[in-house]
Design a protein around this ligand. Sequence first.
Ligand code: MRU
Length: 366
Amino acid sequence: MLSELAASGPTTEFRTVWWDAGAVCLIDQTRLPHTQAIITCRTLADVAHAIKAMQVRGAPAIGITAAYGLALVAQQTAVFSDLPTMLALLEAARETLNAQRPTAINLSWATARMLRVAERAAYMQAEPPTLAARLLAEAHTIHAEDLAMCHAIGRHGASLIPERGHVLTHCNAGGLATAGYGTALAPIRTAHAAGRAMHVYVDETRPFLQGARLTAWELQQANIPLTLITDSMAGFMMQQGAIDCVIVGADRIVANGDVANKIGTYTLAVLAQAHQLPFYVAAPSSTIDVTLADGSEIPIEQRDPREVTQLAGQQIAPLGVAAAHPAFDITPHHLITAIITEQGVITPPFGPTLAAHAHAALAPAE
Ligand code: MRU
C-alpha cells in the first residue's frame, strides 16, 4: 500500500491529497499509522466532511483540499449552469468549506484565490467548462506551489539545526500536513538528506495524537531517528539538555509575528525561553495573515470535548465530565526566535518582512 501512496519523487515524499478522474483523493489521516486507506471525495459534502473530521488536516493540506473541492463543484455545475449561477454556487461552496476549520488561514486563502480566478474567467465571459478547467488548473498550481515552498523552507531552515542536533517538534507539520514534504519537518528532512546526523523528539500532541500517529510514522518512513515523548515530558527533556531547538509549524501568522498553532505550542515556547533554546516557526507565506494586527484576533477552533474524554473511541474520563478542547493556541512573537518561510529566515522585528513575504503570496498565477 505504501507504494500506492508514494509519489513519483523521493521516497520521503508522498501524496497527501490529489485529483483523480473528477474526484478529490486523500490519505485518511484518522486511520494512520496502522491503516493506510484512501478516501475518494466525489461531492462538496464529502470534501467538507473530510476537512471537519480531520481525515485531511494541517493548514496547507486543508487549503489544497479545499481548492480541489471548488474545482469539483465547478466541474459538476458547469454542465447545467450559466456563469452567474456557477459563481453563486462557488461562493456558497467557499463559505461551506471555510466554515469547517476557522483557525488555519491557508483554507480561506486558497478558496479566495480560487474565487478570484473564477470571477476573472466569468468577467472574460469564459464558457462554464472553460471556467471549470481554469479552476482545476489553479488547484493544481496551489498544490505544486505548496510542495515547492516546503522544499524552499527546508533549504532555508536546515542550517538552523546544529550538527548532531536534537530537535523537538509538536503536532504534525510534515508531508501529511502539506503537499508532501512538510514545513517544520522540511528543515529536518533537508538536513537529513544532506547526511547530517540529528535526532527528533516528537511530542505525542494530545488529544488528537498527530505527533504519535503521524509525525512518528513520517519520520520512521524517512529513516530519521526519533524519540516519541508525551507532551508533559518536554520541560524535563529541556532541563536535561536533551533538546537543542524547537521547530513547529503554524496555522496563522499575523502582522506582529504572533502565531496560532496546535494547542501546546505556546507551552513549548515558554519552556524554550526558560531554557534559552531557540524556538523556530516554519510556514509558507500562504499562512501569513497581515489583516490581523495580533494573535488575540485569531479565531480559535473549539472542537468536540469527546476528543479529550475519549482515546481512540474509548471513554477514558468519567462519563459526563466537562472537558475543554481549544484546538490551537497563540504563541506571542516575543517568544519566537525566527520564522522560516519559503522566502528566507525572518528574525525580529517580524512585522515589515512578514508583510513583504505575505504580499508575494497574494497574487494568483495567471
Ligand atoms: O488540527 P491540525 O492537525 O490540522 O493542526 C495542525 C497544526 O497545528 C500544524 O502544526 C499546522 O497546521 C502546520 S502544518 C504544516
